[in-house]
Design a protein around this ligand. Structure first.
Ligand SMILES: [Zn+2]
Length: 130
């Protein structure tokens, strides 16, 4: 059933809320009310993306290789990841930016920054030694 829910940002938005028990519907309604509305969340995401792009500055990001869906996803992951990696290791993003394989960016998305850098160094060492 469609419900009008007032979000934590103060905006009202209609949501389809369904459940077997009334308690499920109440819980889902309360969870939605604790979040910001879609428009506010998308605005915040766009602002974060802009800040991330600024943080990368002069870093040249080569086009990624893979299927169109992989490339689209990996570009977002890379754009969000490189600025955070830059905070822990200022020189790492320049090396990581050379990775053009979209699949690699998707595979390492759950790794911590330290694991990501170590994984890249290991892969690079293997490539050099072979
Ligand atoms: Zn809002």
């Amino acid at each position: 059933m469609d419900r009008s829910i007032t979000h934590s940002c103060g905006h009202e938005q209609s949501h389809f809320v369904d459940g077997t028990f009334a308690a499920d519907i109440d819980r889902m309604t309360a969870r939605l009310a604790r979040q910001r509305c879609r428009q506010c969340r998308e605005g915040a995401a766009a602002a974060r993306a802009a800040v991330n792009l600024l943080a990368l500055g002069a870093l040249v990001l080569p086009p990624l290789e893979g299927s169109p869906r992989q490339v689209a996803w990996a570009e977002k992951l890379r754009a969000a990841r490189l600025p955070t990696v830059m905070k822990t290791s200022p020189t790492a993003p320049a090396r990581l930016a050379e990775v053009r394989d979209a699949k690699w960016w998707i595979e390492v998305r759950a790794m911590s920054d330290a694991q990501l850098i170590a994984s890249f160094d290991t892969a690079a060492a293997i490539t050099v030694s072979v």
